[in-house]
Design a protein around this ligand. Sequence first.
Ligand SMILES: [Zn+2]
Length: 249
Amino acid sequence: MEEILLVTVVFIFGIVIGSFLNVLIYRIPNDENIAFPASKCQSCQTPLKWWHNIPIISWIILGGKCYFCKEKISMQYPLIEFATGMIAIVLFLKLGLVWYLPIIFMVFVLLFALVMIDFKYMAVPDSLNLLALALAIINPHIIESIQYALMAAGGLILLKYYLEYFLNKEAMGEGDIIVAGTMGALLGFPLFFYALFLSAILAMIPSLIATYTREDKAVPFVPFLAIATFIVYVADKQFMQLAQWLMYG
Ligand SMILES: [Zn+2]
């Protein structure tokens, strides 16, 4: 019973942060202030009332339409709020009520923002990326996390140089390098490599589609790094077992 109550509180906290995440995703790429002004309808610019801003519930009450101009409101808003709530629950169940739970949650929220912004705008804002890295080292193993972050980012920079030398074109952006640092801090080794490997597999799917449909259009890589990081972070024990099994049978 207490567990259900806690999970509910964590979920509500998560969707409130998810609501703020929607603001980040919309305003950061447009260089807008994230705190002011209050939210407006993006069609008719009418400032929203407080009860239009309740995560998930408002969208359902309003039937997915603006209260004033009846223009459709993207389903992306409630979906992102719901997904953020789920991320909060998963991390809570994984870590329990530890002091660094909100920090780890914020790191994944920032990565989630980067995923959406990269998909939508093909951009990775340094502000969010560097903040995620800075927060990712704050945990009981801060010294190790700093070391892992440096190793992961440094390793990826070297990989980038080799790829560029052999492929003779630009490989990986600086956004990817910073995310790698965050991955290193969160996962350590060898889990970092598993996440890197998993992200490459995940990225192959849209890359293959892109090869057949469009002309050499770059596929953003940060979303796959972030998704793989979350999967490996949550299922770390399973990935360690899988690797053991693959290597030693
Ligand atoms: Zn409107």
